[in-house]
Design a protein around this ligand. Structure first.
Ligand SMILES: [Zn+2]
Length: 123
């Protein structure tokens, strides 16, 4: 399987998980969204502690696409979903809310946690 195909499958799986949530008026749209490995990016000092980074249409991963966990892809795709509804407020929120307790960060962590198939109780 090519990386592009793998990425498409991983994104579709993550979308399926996010589609069970009704946090925004419309489900996440995968059109134009790409999932790529970009290890060089995570050598930058301000990204060193992350495993993934989402922009409006591209999700960049520290590791190979083939090794990305479903939870990580779901977390990052949740950020894409947030930006599809709050294209400026979401990225700008990191300037005044910081990272750890940022409401969008908390929401993305929650999205991955409560949709995880091995945690049907939602804990
Ligand atoms: Zn995040």
């Amino acid at each position: 399987m090519t990386d592009a195909r793998r990425a498409g499958v991983a994104l579709a799986r993550a979308k399926e998980r996010l589609d069970t949530l009704d946090w925004y008026p419309a489900p996440v749209r995968l059109r134009r969204v790409r999932l790529l490995s970009a290890p060089w990016l995570f050598r930058l000092p301000w990204l060193r502690r992350f495993d993934g980074y989402a922009t409006w249409t591209v999700i960049l991963l520290r590791g190979p696409v083939a090794e990305a966990s479903d939870d990580l892809v779901t977390h990052e795709l949740c950020h894409v979903w947030q930006m599809q509804h709050r294209p400026l407020a979401m990225p700008l929120s990191y300037l005044w809310q910081g990272y750890a307790n940022n409401r969008y960060e908390v929401q993305a962590r929650r999205a991955a946690a409560i949709t995880a198939p091995d945690r049907p109780d939602g804990a």
